[in-house]
Design a protein around this ligand. Structure first.
Ligand code: GLN
Length: 208
């Protein structure tokens, strides 16, 4: 075991797949549905799915404030796809009134950037933080990051819609917060999960 315990928000979406990836890395992984299940965790993954539904369930179950406290408290958090939308301070093209649901990551996402025209696609992304081999990324009705505040590190980009010579941001990191517009849990490539486990381990050793 790696010695860290990571929760996956299990309200809706692809949480089982994240748990399976973490288990393959010998990491203790648990489903999170209640605020008290955040206690004792070293990291949290907010999966892909549908951000509006996930937000509504989180509100109904009283999880929004505990999740905000978790993220603002500097706890390692990784949002994939819909999870990334929930972490963004600003979102465009969304039903929830443009207001951040959880927030904490100072970026602007376009919630259905790719969703309107191409439901899903795959692309090989250069991700220097993961090494030389490109990462084969699966995008499903995917958002994109259209603006970032100072201090946000871009980990990867993808060709923008309609103009292959331009790109939009597909993965970012700010300290303990990681966000990817695509779904690493739907591939066989464990590198993003390993990367997040490393972030979680580093933060645990700093704060512990
Ligand atoms: N665009 C979707 C949303 O608004 C996210 C899609 C996904 O997570 N695969 O929630």
């Amino acid at each position: 075991m790696s010695g860290v315990r990571i929760g996956v928000l299990a309200l809706q979406g692809a949480f089982r797949e994240h748990i399976a990836m973490l288990k393959r890395l010998n990491v203790e992984a648990v489903e999170v549905r209640l605020a008290q299940e955040l206690d004792g965790l070293d990291g949290l993954i907010i999966p892909g799915g549908e951000s509006t539904s996930m937000g509504l369930v989180a509100e109904r179950w009283g999880l929004v404030e505990p999740l905000r406290r978790w993220v603002r408290g500097g706890k390692p958090t990784w949002g994939t796809c819909a999870g990334m939308i929930l972490l963004a301070e600003n979102a465009t093209g969304q039903k929830l009134g443009g207001q951040a649901l959880i927030g904490g990551l100072d970026v602007t996402v376009n919630r259905n950037y790719f969703g309107r025209q191409v439901d899903s696609f795959e692309a090989d992304l250069d991700v220097p933080a993961l090494g030389d081999t490109p990462f084969h990324a699966v995008f499903i009705r995917a958002p994109a990051i259209t603006a970032v505040a100072e201090g946000i590190e871009t980990l990867s980009t993808v060709a923008s819609l309609g103009d292959e010579t331009e790109s939009v941001i597909a993965a970012v990191r700010k300290g303990p917060i990681l966000a990817t517009a695509f779904h690493p849990e739907l591939t066989d490539d464990l590198r993003w999960h390993r990367y997040f486990v490393r972030v979680v381990t580093e933060y645990k050793s700093c704060s512990g």
